[in-house]
Ligand binder design. Structure first.
Ligand code: AGP
Length: 592
């Protein structure tokens, strides 16, 4: 998952526009970055390892045409040589890629046997070499669209590419990772990996579909079909995202801003079209099998939705996107799948969706990012509406996914949308009070103590089992602590061997049927020296620390991982990690 940004502008510096566009795309990958500017037939390329410094001044001269890339390394180490853009050895074009050329080794071997001398370790350079080879064979001075199309047809996998030629033409093709084209009232033209990043530059946009490309020259945009070269026209949509969504609004990090936004945005989640909700509930009730699907934190939301549907008597199977292959032959046209994804571009999830659609499975989805692939593929698409989530950690998005999932189970139980909306409004008020209480200071102190631990365990049962796994994931991905979530019932089946004097064990406890068994688990780890951190609505003498939750016990499965969001945020800051851009991660995993 990388970020691509390009610009052809008249009264501003294209290099600087692209550089700042990449800064807004950095959530997609931040190992290294690069910008290429073309002016009077010359290229000026600057590439650096590391994150984008918003105060950096590019060395390139002012120009009207530029493309750039922010990288999450797939093939080839994080080095300047491997950073994109990659310049053709004959100097006629420079290219960036978002995706993976799955057959790059065969292509690379053939090119080497023909005498091509690779400079980088990337799969992307294979594309550059193939275009340059065909361009030379056709005696072109720079690659034509036909040449780029011909080479693109040899690539396997999900590849989105953009190249700029010496004459200042941009050619881009989408197959997999998203690519949008925007323009403003001054006639400036932009390409980007998402709509959100276009907001400060463009007024309207269109999204390229898989197998579509675009040629952009000064003042002219021409979309085409890659396979045939046929020119097409695509409908522009207004950009409705305010660019203010792209700043931290006074918070130190996007992650903290987005954690606090949960007190307001969760109410937006319940603002769903009643007709569409009714249609989905009908499909759930009549389906032969119901599947839920997601990756990472979204997979925990998918499991929670399956749990809540099973409680309403709906036999539901939760699929982790990356472990769904064994179910493939079970899919049938009488089935329903509910896919959960913040970005709507997760390759693992969208690949399973493609299988499901081949078997005629009806697809519903809940997505946060407007204009995503998953939304476009869905029979019953829903929008999460929690606003852009820039921090890599899924915080308000996951809470929103859980709120939406709970809505479905409430509707199946016969509750009304209005009743549930009132419940969420009350929860939001309680959450606001919680954020203003002493619990924040308590979490900050606890974070300082836990930051030095190497291991941390989280126990939960029933409705709190998935939240326990999510609690642990947050610790892993933001504070880099080895945290594991377990079912409270699993403790005595092996896990308890790990408990030593002072081991921190978080126990998620609800006032439900699992409560007594969970407290027994707390007693058992305490008897072996653990530090028991109780996360619950009411205190208990077994707890060495008690993190009080908002009183809304019917939504405790949603409130109980919010302490994890804050705890891991403070632990990261304590260790001078960047909570918005954790090492090795990116916000949208658009490669498998
Ligand atoms: C969660 O904090 C992670 N950022 C990650 O697990 C994420 O939930 C997962 O990659 C799925 O992303 P999606 O919701 O965009 O599909």
């Amino acid at each position: 998952m990388c970020g691509i940004y390009g610009a052809i502008v008249s009264n501003q510096d294209a290099g600087s526009v692209v550089y700042h566009g990449l800064k807004r795309l950095e959530y997609r990958g931040y190992d290294s970055w690069g910008v290429v500017v073309t002016r009077a037939g010359d290229f000026f390329i600057e590439k650096q390892v590391g994150k984008i410094d918003k105060n950096h001044q590019l060395s390139a001269p002012p120009a009207q045409v530029a493309i750039g890339h922010t990288r999450w390394a797939t093939h080839g180490r994080v080095t300047q040589v491997n950073a994109h853009p990659h310049l053709a050895q004959n100097g006629s074009f420079a290219l960036v890629q978002n995706g993976v050329v799955e057959n790059y080794q065969q292509l690379q071997e053939k090119l080497v046997s023909q005498g091509y001398d690779f400079i980088s370790q990337t799969d992307t350079e294979v594309i550059v070499a193939l275009i340059e080879q065909l361009e030379t064979r056709k005696h072109e001075t720079e690659p034509s669209v036909a040449t780029v199309r011909q080479v693109f047809s040899q690539l396997r996998g999900r590849n989105t590419i953009a190249l700029v030629t010496q004459s200042g033409k941009i050619i881009a093709i989408r197959q997999g990772s998203p690519l949008v084209v925007g323009k403003n009232k001054q006639g400036d033209i932009f390409i980007s990996s998402d709509v959100l990043s276009l907001a400060p530059d463009a007024n309207e946009y269109f999204i390229l579909d898989h197998g579509q490309g675009v040629i952009v020259t000064c003042k002219k945009i021409q979309p085409f079909v890659v396979k045939t070269g046929k020119k097409i026209s695509l409908e522009y949509q207004p950009i409705k995202i305010s660019s203010t969504a792209l700043d931290t609004a006074g918070f130190d990090h996007f992650m903290l801003k987005e954690i606090y936004e949960q007190t307001e945005v969760l109410n937006n989640v319940t603002e769903q079209p009643q007709k569409q909700l009714t249609a989905l509930v009908t499909e759930i009730k009549k389906a032969n099998r119901v599947y839920t699907l997601g990756a990472g934190s979204a997979s925990f939301a998918a499991e929670q939705l399956a749990f809540w549907l099973r409680e309403q008597g709906v036999l539901t199977t939760a699929l982790k996107s990356y472990e769904a292959r064994s179910y493939q032959n079970l899919f049938s046209s009488n089935d329903l799948c509910i896919a959960i994804s913040q970005s709507g571009e997760t390759a693992d999830t969208n690949e399973v969706v493609e299988w499901l659609l081949q078997f005629g499975v009806k697809l519903a989805s809940i997505v946060n990012m407007p204009g995503s692939t998953l939304t476009a593929l869905s029979d019953l698409p829903f929008m999460l509406q929690v606003g852009p989530e820039v921090g890599v950690a899924s915080t308000k998005a996951l809470s929103g996914q859980m709120i939406w999932s709970k809505l479905l189970s409430e509707l199946i139980a016969g509750k009304t949308l209005l009743a549930y909306q009132k419940q969420v409004q009350e929860y939001s008020k309680q959450l606001q009070n919680w954020f203003e209480s002493q619990v924040i200071g308590q979490l900050q102190s606890l974070a300082k103590e836990l930051a030095n631990h190497k291991h941390l365990f989280v126990l939960g049962r029933g409705q709190l089992y998935m939240p326990a796994l999510e609690f642990a994931l947050k610790m892993k991905e933001i504070s880099y602590i080895h945290a594991e979530g377990f079912s409270g019932g699993e403790l005595k089946h092996g896990v308890i061997a790990l408990i030593e004097q002072g081991t921190p064990v978080v126990c998620l406890v609800a006032k439900d049927k699992e409560k007594n068994d969970m407290l027994s688990a707390a007693a058992e780890v305490k008897a072996r020296g653990a530090r028991v951190i109780g996360v619950s609505i009411e205190n208990n003498q077994l707890f060495d620390d008690w993190i009080r939750l908002p009183k809304a016990s019917e939504l405790v499965a949603i409130s109980c991982f919010i302490p994890a969001q804050l705890l891991t945020y403070y632990m990261a800051v304590e260790q001078a990690y960047d909570p918005d851009k954790p090492r090795n991660l990116a916000k949208s995993v658009t490669v498998k």
